[in-house]
Design a protein around this ligand. Sequence first.
Ligand SMILES: [Zn+2]
Length: 597
Amino acid sequence: MSEPKNREEIEEKYKWKLSDIFPSDEAFESAFENVRKTAAEFASFEGKLASGAVTLKKALDELCEINENLLSVAAYACMHRDEDNEVSKYRAMADRVGDLESEVMEASSFLEPEIISAGKETVEKYMEECEELSEYRQFFHNLFREAEHILDEKSEKLLAATMPMGGASHDVFSAMNNADIRFGKIKGENGEEEELTHSRYGIFLESGNREVRKAAYEAMYAQYKGFKNTFAAMYAGSVKSDLFYAKTKKFPSTLLMKLSGSFIPESVYAKLVEDVNEGIDELSGYLELRKKILGVSGLCMYDLYVPIVPEDEGDIPYEEACAMVLKAVAPLGEAYVNDMRRAFSERWVDVFENRGKTSGAYSWGDNRNHPFVLMNYQGKIEDVFTLAHEMGHAMHSYYTNKTQPSVYRDYKIFVAEVASTVNENLLLEYLLRDAKGTRRAYLLGRKLEAIRTTFYRQTMFAEFEKKAHGAYSEGTPLTAETLCDMYGKVNKKYYGKVCECDENISYEWARIPHFYTSFYVYQYATGFAAATRIKELVLSDGKNADAYMEFLKSGSSDYPLNLLKSAGVDLEDGTAVRSVVNDMKTATDELKLLLDK
Ligand SMILES: [Zn+2]
């Protein structure tokens, strides 16, 4: 691979135009000072919020304004830093913004407790008196809902002081898992000894050489098995700490505490697991096909990640990638396509890699102008998918920012991946329309793997988490034995009809960092299901695109489930999950037919 260029060598049209936020560093500096000044002045509202509707409205408006300005300052500094992390000027700027964020947070920390102590009735009365204040209705609703779980001042203080201890299990896990644990060396593809690390594990498991996959798998799990009691104690510590906070905050369970943030009923979680369980045969169908294509007599757990159809080399010019994405999203309507075209031509995207640039891809920006997208575009078909994905986030932010008042511009994690996945799905369907031969087989293989890893696997994780937390709260101690038993059984349910589930895989719970942020991963599965259903709706009838466009404009103006309902997705009735399961079956059948030819 060639050396990355220096940033100056990249053509201007492939760089994002951050001067849309501030025309110069001087303008940034004066905005920075303004945030500091207005945040300090905001303190004058302390103790006065309950003095009347007009004051309350004024305080909320002002805080929103401060936060908007803070975001502009943060976006400008951090995105400049990401252009080239070796430039100390922007690194320092980004550090200063971090401090400014704490200043703003501190200066406004009285706001929520003061509104809560004013009481629901007072706020209701104020909203009647002052029409404009009801813009904040959803904000108040959410605040008073959460207030039910806020303790008296003394207890909250005590609880806050315990937080660093509460996070100790995760800290120990990270130290052990990222730094101290060693997996030794294995024989790589060219027969030479290579060190096994977390990031290389993924590469080894994708190796076409089965011996390499097997060696990596066994060496990896040998360590988790060797430290099984330590990992069990860490995870148990995390589960215990979660339950302590749940109980202290008057939640019946950890699950309910975690779901409460997005106002998701427990039934949605349970139904996801139940409905996905009913689609295990379709997963098995795909695994059977995988086994056949790989030509192995028994499909092992280390045979799951090797691509069944390799990606073609691909050298897609960036302009062509943009054209592909624009055509793919055409079913969303002319306005969406035109806005995205403008995003490409008006330099919202920072396209190519350069020395010092932040790796990966993301979408971010301030709320006043437009979002930006960071890419490290290499010309592969996967990069086109990344572009579609990040543009999905960008357009979601763009429409929300244009439509919603400041207070609702932040959307919840629960809906965040929907817009990006819809675009990926549309791109896939668009490419499948004309793709033939190996390209077609690759796309179908890609689709199947996305469903397996984002939908089935995350639901399997969700099922395990519920079992582990549930068992502990019912008095079962979480030991290496009980955890392996639980995980092994769940894994066997998903994979056991086709795969040879050896003993090693029952230690997988020990290496999943997400389990330390409990009940988080189910959102990957629900988001994926919602996006699949939306793709289906939009492609079946153009009129459905309007409802989806409304969803893109809605930010956090309502709770996630209601917002998705407005886009035509009801996560309580199982249709979205069935759409994914059907997709799994159709793609499996098609790939089978294609490869039989
Ligand atoms: Zn994303």
